[in-house]
Design a protein around this ligand. Structure first.
Ligand code: NAG
Ligand code: NAG
Ligand code: NAG
Ligand code: NAG
Ligand code: NAG
Ligand code: NAG
Length: 427
């Protein structure tokens, strides 16, 4: 049935640092060394479970996703704080120094979508994996449920580009200086009359980086993080992040990493979903990643590479979303790669769309054998679910006014507003 079992090891041309990966490094020199290794190697870490031939998927129902002009179809509204521009747009002016590892100038273009990829069509961009805060800001600015009336709004969005800011200060040795803008922001927002109304509990921020970049602690060596998410007023707000703290993130919600597809209409979305449904899948699975040097977790990563096993520096990966966009069934080796992160976006039953292999429990388990055990019908069912999930995991084009599908931002705002209204209801 399977044409060929195939293990693909792809190294990315250029790598991007990830927050927690830097925990083990104590000096700028170490970080530079780490960077060199990382640039050669990769972060992209996922095993992709690809598909068999001769599988006949159902066409996505076009009428379910008809293209309608954007209008607020929900029972919530969102107000966007008009922050002093030093908290967002001014930061972009110095884009070549926004990230100590990468020149962000090409990545902040087109509202954070990045440069266009014309060979793929008008809805494809080379989107940077840690730029979600720009895209979300642009999406909410244009969102049909946006209101100018802060007093009546269900949600109040604080558009601070905190991820870009923290990555520009990773090398700042003076903590007071490193934290300054974040501390000022928190003071500023607390002074607002709208904050006082609900002690900030209807306020939220959204960041394109992982939680580890905003929770500096005395227990681990300094790797550049600030203290934003440890500040007590922030505990009253909700915070959207591409990776939340799996145990302590009571007010943190995982949002998808942005991928490259940013359609403006539902017909583009449906066309892509159909293309992925009918594509020949000739490999049982593929692995994208590379060996790394470093500490503890790397041992497991090396094992995956040897036999095709697991792990990396932080729990989550953008490639989870890239691969699902390509209609691949994700194979996870940790509950924190997706299940405990993206509950608003993924089905509550992980077996409906993914495969979990508990390698920690059985080190001799063979991934290939485990995957071959899965019946064809189950594979088809999972794959259909993955393809149906694509719209929710996608960031629609922020300038669009005519999309007819619910994208990641729609899902997040709706889930957040239901959550906020549930605990603000007078009892
Ligand atoms: C969205 O529209 C604005 C204003 O019309 C324009 O400046 C911007 O380039 C557009 N963004 C994208 C991603 O096309
Ligand atoms: C850190 O910066 C602050 C503010 O500029 C300054 O007052 C303080 O002396 C600096 N601390 C150190 C240890 O240099
Ligand atoms: C956070 O909320 C609590 C009530 O839950 C309130 O007592 C406290 O003052 C709030 N903090 C701030 C900074 O508003
Ligand atoms: C992952 O979650 C499943 C289901 O909740 C649980 O049975 C399993 O023990 C968890 N595995 C780990 C390593 O925590
Ligand atoms: C671990 O996996 C191997 C290979 O699939 C299997 O033979 C063995 O029985 C498993 N051990 C346990 C304790 O489940
Ligand atoms: C919107 O409706 C849902 C039920 O459909 C309800 O749970 C939620 O509280 C409502 N939200 C607001 C802001 O009224």
């Amino acid at each position: 049935m399977w044409r060929k079992n195939h293990l693909k090891i792809i190294t990315k041309e250029k790598d991007e640092e990830k927050g927690s990966g830097k925990k083990a490094f104590t000096s700028v020199k170490d970080i530079q060394l780490h960077l060199k290794v990382v640039v050669l190697l990769t972060t992209c870490f996922m095993i992709w479970f690809l598909f068999l031939l001769g599988f006949s998927p159902k066409r996505i129902q076009r009428q379910l996703l008809s293209t309608t002009a954007a209008e607020c179809r929900d029972n919530f509204s969102v107000y966007v704080y008009k922050l002093p521009t030093k908290y967002n747009f001014d930061l972009l002016r110095d884009c070549s120094n926004l990230n100590i590892y990468t020149d962000m100038c090409p990545h902040i273009t087109n509202n954070g979508l990045g440069k266009t990829l014309p060979e793929m069509g008008s809805s494809w961009f080379t989107t940077h994996q840690l730029i979600a805060e720009l895209i979300i800001h642009a999406r909410i600015q244009n969102h049909p449920c946006r209101t100018e009336d802060a007093d009546k709004s269900t949600l109040l969005y604080v558009p601070f580009y905190g991820g870009l800011h923290v990555s520009s200060k990773f090398r700042e040795p003076n903590y007071t200086v490193r934290d300054a803008l974040a501390v000022e922001l928190v003071e500023y927002i607390q002074e607002s009359k709208w904050w006082k109304k609900n002690s900030g509990r209807d306020h939220f921020m959204a960041f394109g980086r992982t939680v580890w970049d905003f929770t500096r602690s005395d227990e681990v060596a300094d790797f550049g993080a600030n203290k934003l998410l440890n500040m007590s007023p922030v505990q009253n707000m909700s915070v959207l992040l591409v990776e939340r703290h799996p145990w302590e993130g009571h007010n943190q919600y995982g949002i998808p990493y942005p991928s490259y597809f940013h359609p403006s209409t539902s017909s583009e979305m449906v066309e892509w979903q159909n293309k992925m449904s009918y594509m020949d899948r000739i490999h049982l699975f593929s692995f994208v990643g590379a060996p790394r040097t470093g500490k503890k977790k790397v041992i497991t990563r090396d094992r995956v590479i040897k036999q095709c096993e697991k792990s990396s520096d932080s729990y989550t990966r953008r490639s989870t979303f890239d691969s699902m966009l390509a209609g691949c069934i994700p194979v996870f080796f940790s509950n924190h790669t997706a299940y405990s992160q993206y509950q608003w976006f993924l089905p509550s039953d992980p077996t409906t769309y993914s495969v979990y292999i508990d390698i920690e429990r059985n080190h001799t388990i063979s991934i290939e054998e485990e995957l071959l055990k899965i019946p064809k019908e189950e594979v088809e069912r999972k794959r259909r679910t993955v393809i149906q999930l694509i719209p929710k995991l996608t960031y629609a084009h922020p300038n669009s006014t005519s999309y007819g599908f619910r994208d990641a931002v729609d899902i997040a705002l709706k889930a957040l507003s239901d959550h906020v209204s549930s605990f603000l209801k007078p009892s």
